[in-house]
Design a protein around this ligand. Sequence first.
Ligand code: ATP
Ligand code: MG
Length: 574
Amino acid sequence: MLLRMSTMLLRTLREEPAEAEVPSHRLLLRAGYIRRAAPGGYTWLPLGKLVLDRITAIVRAEMTAIGGQEVSFPALLPREPYDVSGRWTDYGDDLFTLKDRRGAELLLAPTHEEMFALLVRDMTSSYRDFPLILFQVQTKFRDEARPRAGLLRGREFLMKDAYSFDLSDAGLADSYARHREAYQRIFARLGLSHTIVAAMSGAMGGSASEEFLALADVGEDTFVACTTCDYAANTEAVVTPVPAVAQREHPPLTVHDTPATPTITALVELANEQALDGRTDWSAADTLKNVVVTVHHPGREDSLLVVGVPGDREVDLKRLDAALSPATVTLFDDFAARPDLVRGYLGPQGLALRYLADPRVAPGTAWLTGANQPGKHATSVVAGRDFTPDGTVEAAEVRAGDPCPACGSGELAVRRGIEIGHIFQLGRRYTEAFAVDVLGADGKPVRPTMGSYGVGVSRAVAAVAEQHHDERGLLWPDEVAPADVHVVAAGKDGQLGTAEALSAELVSRGLRVLLDDRQQLSAGVKFTDAELIGVRRIVVVGRRLAEGYAEIRDRRTGERHDVPVTDVVRVMTE
Ligand code: ATP
Ligand code: MG
């Protein structure tokens, strides 16, 4: 493959594109890999398409290696199967829906569990057809609330989705393990350093689930890792250990005048000034903060919910969302409409709304919290005595230094990552919904159990760029680079002729060559572009050609050395 820059649809940008917030997005735009075409939708330019196809090929090869068979479904699908599974409603606002000219309702698939379950129902009949792994590499559509960072969160994106079908739980565990290993190989080949974390399964349903997070500061996922054991989890999936509470007699609940203390800071200050309950060691952790949220249930009316967390922690809406999925939440602030809810002075005692508390608000714990009257708080408000939550909820922020829920002795470190893959053991949710039954070895019907496994293929392009760049441009790992060698003809005439000949020779040896044969541009511009584009090995045919030399540059290490032109092909193919 020879790519000539003189004829390629390519325009590199010197200026920082205003629309880009993160390095990968900025550099992919600047280096001419992608262009924005729609809100949350990108055009792959020739260079970008090459990288996307390289990544797709790696994913496909590793899926085939574990016995996956590739199929391809339409993205435009009828409503019916998604009604049967409940996801027409449960998927919520993220689902793109539309009507055809006859008024029939359709959707643009966000993922394809339903269709795969139906396919297997229709095309298999006996235990001999299993286990089965099917996958596709296909465009998905999601009406994301916040498309951002270019390819990282699009409304239209490329995903590899795979589905396993087994007849036993042990079979499912085995298929899951095989995907897990395939994913480790895929991401190693992509040069993505990543962590596998325990995950929530979200709108998909099911149980065991892990995410592959590429480490990156710009990532939207926050995860924790234990500093002593191997526990790692998405913060959404962190289960707070319930503290051991010494059961003892508490003094009765006492209401205090605490004027002008609608915030935890003001309250703690005043509690210490006034030595409430004879104490001057009040801290935010002694207070119970009660936050009102509106819960949006897909397909049903909104409801109000109060969430109680220790006052030294914020409510993490992402964690709360995950805990209440498929419902979503927003902070409630229309207190004018609800005079019974005394803003800044809410307490769980006698509250007429559904109340969920952090696991730390365990029975027997006593709190300083609102008295449900303006300017008043109460002390010795005891969980299980003065109020009983309707349940617990994982809504409090997870912080660095929190105790590890797995080993108990270690501390949690908090990091950020980009979700590049997600694997989970779905179980029989979909095979039950579609009554998928096959004949077992004993002549009785068996219901297959499913796994579902996704890789964000287009997102991976950005994730690789995020991990492999410097201030001058992209720095692709060899396996995903758009070319194996970037040949630069620094000047015209003889230099161009030699560069052409070298390129032809390299191509004949099976290398993919990007040749900068643009005649009107200076050598400096070409070098800058080469660094921006980010192919690791650069061959410059320049000034020293007169003495028979070309220069070989390594974009990653910055090393440069002159070699006789006659040796270039040998060096490049060694
Ligand atoms: P996220 O939490 O980032 O929204 P998700 O949990 O919705 O991801 P899955 O439904 O598990 O994602 O989809 C499988 C993979 O598809 C993800 O691991 C991710 O790599 C990719 N992906 C999901 N949403 C997007 C998107 N909007 N743009 C690009 N890639 C995406
Ligand atoms: Mg999502």
